[in-house]
Design a protein around this ligand. Sequence first.
Ligand SMILES: Cc1cc2nc3c(=O)[nH]c(=O)nc-3n(C[C@H](O)[C@H](O)[C@H](O)COP(=O)(O)OP(=O)(O)OC[C@H]3O[C@@H](n4cnc5c(N)ncnc54)[C@H](O)[C@@H]3O)c2cc1C
Length: 479
Amino acid sequence: MQLPEPDAGILSRKDAIVARLAKAMPGGKVISAEAELRAYECDALTAYRCPPLAAVLPGSTGEVAAVLRACHEMGVPVVPRGAGTSLAGGALPTSDSVILGTARMTQVLDVNYPDRTITVQTGRTNLSVSGAVAEEGFFYAPDPSSQLACAIAGNIAMNSGGAHCLKYGVTTNNLLGVKMVLMDGTVLDLGGGYMDAGGFDLLGLVCGSEGQLGVVTEATLRILPKPEGARPVLMGYDSSETAGQVVSDIIKAGVLPVAIEFMDRPCIRACEAFAGAGYPDCEALLIVEVEGSEAEIDEQLGFIKQIAQRYDPVELREAGDAEEAGRIWLGRKSAFGAMGQIADYICLDGTIPVSELPRVLRRIGEMAEGYGLGVANVFHAGDGNMHPLILYNANDPGDLEKAEALGADILTLCVEAGGCLTGEHGVGVEKRDLMVRQFAPEDLEAQMAVKDVFDPKWLLNPAKVFPLDASAGHRVAAE
Ligand SMILES: Cc1cc2nc3c(=O)[nH]c(=O)nc-3n(C[C@H](O)[C@H](O)[C@H](O)COP(=O)(O)OP(=O)(O)OC[C@H]3O[C@@H](n4cnc5c(N)ncnc54)[C@H](O)[C@@H]3O)c2cc1C
């Protein structure tokens, strides 16, 4: 992965730039000491690191606007940052950029139960949005596995999903409005506490735009009443292809579980060692959860278990109570941490049509063998959003490059299977150079033309999303 050459003029003006930022936002909210900037040198894609020029932690939309205006006038790039949990390098700085973090912007601004909305500052963590409305029996549906840490800011930028998005949709389906600051300091209000607005769907454009168009400071989100009950069933199979076929059959049958999660043997073993969740010794495991009243749950699970039985499961275990349900989910929820204990890994995010699961899983196994690398699969199977974890050793020279090459081949396979490069983690720097495998030059041009409009100087979140070659003309024109 390549970052563009830093602008020597910006680097040489560091002291003046920091002084200007401190003037725009007084009160010790500017970080410029090298040791402190290390905290911002990477996100959860730790293979790539680069400390920024400076970091700022504004507390309000007004302060965000002041910082952006100052950076715009000085020609300094800005990298918006929520909690830094991106797995695509979306929040990776360049050495000539300023990190703009929303970590201090965590307030709940409004809760409207009759209309089922909540308005928050975007630095608030995903889980604490649900926390703010839990007492009244409501919750915010999109649930990335990182929800304890990740911020609504990053969720909107990446259009994040999670285990329960099969039923409830991803961020874009639960986002009603945003306040967004453009690079020149202009503040926009897009959408609001209602279903749809007239005019262009700019809200839809902003959700998933990876910090390329503006900095989102406030968001109005849909909240939902908590379901009466939920119950998971665990299914073990003796091959990944069989488990893939079961997922395909459940979706084809038209039942809508709230979640269908998949884990293969390497992942099952790591999670078992880490969390002791009591998973069976098998090649592939599915967790299928349904929601509703007791009668609705029984009916749906009865149907799902019939499908599961057709494929001779090694184990078919329905949770009898809340404790058993918690144990079934325990291993899955700790999967990424468990894998991190045994190896370095790159977490892919390709999405494929569900009917392609058995074939694609088989091909991934063959490809990994060809590269001599391990791959563990854990993913949201119900919507075909795969997360192959490519295992490598960061201390072994050349291993990261081999893992990147295998990752590129797997993502290309997803595109060829009728899917796409990213289901929920975003493009960032990780998949930037693969965009040409999914989009024709004119399709990419159309996307870059949108950035030209919102960020004519191309100062926001540099070196992400668009391949450096393809975007060179736009960046030169912006200078
Ligand atoms: C263990 C683990 C599990 C995960 N599980 C999931 C999962 O189940 N589903 C899923 O979708 N993702 C998952 N992720 C990925 C990650 O958590 C999400 O992409 C998340 O939304 C990132 O949020 P963040 O606040 O950490 O954003 P950051 O990492 O800080 O930034 C992400 C992107 O958002 C941009 N951005 C940040 N703030 C703003 C802003 N205010 N305005 C505009 N752009 C902004 C950044 O520039 C960057 O491009 C997981 C990550 C980890 C480490």
